[in-house]
Design a protein around this ligand. Structure first.
Ligand code: SF4
Length: 298
């Protein structure tokens, strides 16, 4: 498949230089994992909640202040991205767990501080649909400037209600629709996360999710191939013989349908999942990101 939009190239063209995300773990939690909830988190979620692999292990010193930790992550991330990728422009990315899961005043203090550390071209916050309300959407929209975009990455994973229940998402389509509306009404750009290969889903289910999402015309989408993470509930199901995972060729078929079904101009920001090797149980023979992209482009 040739000629699909390349996210890195899109960023470089938009910001005039090599542009990369600086991932920050600000210590947010997730309402789907907290004590008192019987669900115990999404069944595919490991203990790190999508924390960026390059951040390494969690902060060992609980006494370390949040701001000191954020400052260290930003400085370390920018130095790494400059050295490794010759990055010149940066996007601030709250990736781990649910980046709007705190009172709005606390969120404001965190976002304000992190944005003060560098001249970021984007604020990107990854979160769950049930962690977005009008106050938080308004707060986020207030960070947009002519030289800074605000994006929210909204986890949907599947639009099939049975699947959302099966994987213990703790929300349904109604929460997604409400969050999407609140963000879009305020001009925030939205990228939606989908997982292909979820338990019990076939090609028709994935196509139905894509058709549903096409109706919202999100600015971007992030696609993940299902990973079985050690310690997750899905790991137990996999060991029990309950699951099979799509191979790279099948994942390419799903992505091809996504290109066909989602509106032209949708930004495809990701095509595969990233899990640290020590946590990834399966698949073990899926091509790495660079090789998968070459396969996709061939
Ligand atoms: S919403 Fe995200 S962080 Fe929370 S349990 Fe699900 S995958 Fe993990």
């Amino acid at each position: 498949m040739k000629g699909f939009p390349d996210y890195s190239a899109w960023l470089e063209s938009r910001y005039g230089a090599k542009t990369y995300r600086v991932s920050v773990d600000a210590g947010f939690s997730c309402p789907n994992r907290e004590a008192g909830r019987s669900r115990g988190g999404c069944s595919f979620c490991g203990s790190r909640g999508s924390r960026s692999p390059y951040l390494g292990a969690e902060e060992e010193d609980p006494a370390a202040g949040r701001n000191a930790s954020i400052a260290a992550q930003v400085a370390g991330g920018m130095a790494f991205l400059r050295r490794r990728y010759k990055a010149r422009q940066f996007l601030l990315y709250f990736q781990a767990f649910s980046g709007t899961h705190a009172p709005a005043a606390e969120l404001k203090a965190i976002y304000d501080y992190a944005l003060s550390l560098a001249d970021f071209r984007q604020l990107i916050v990854s979160t769950r649909p049930d962690c977005v309300d009008a106050e938080k959407a308004g707060l986020l929209a207030g960070y947009a400037r002519p030289d800074r975009d605000v994006w929210v990455e909204l986890g949907l994973q599947s639009a099939r209600e049975q699947t959302l229940t099966r994987i213990r998402r703790g929300h349904g389509r109604a929460e997604f629709e409400n969050a999407f509306r609140l963000l879009r009404e305020r001009g925030i750009k939205i990228a939606v996360h989908l997982v292909f290969g979820l338990p019990g889903e076939n090609t028709a289910d994935i196509e139905a999710s894509l058709e549903y999402l096409a109706g919202f015309a999100p600015e971007g989408v992030k696609i993940h191939n299902l990973h079985i993470v050690r310690g997750s509930a899905l790991y137990d199901e996999f060991l029990a013989g309950e699951l099979s995972l799509p191979c790279a060729a099948r994942h390419i078929q799903y992505i091809t349908r996504a290109f066909e079904i989602l509106p032209k101009g949708t930004l495809f920001m990701r095509f595969t999942c990233d899990t640290p090797a020590e946590l990834l149980a399966y698949p073990r023979r899926f091509p790495d990101k660079a090789r998968f992209l070459r396969m996709l482009r061939s």
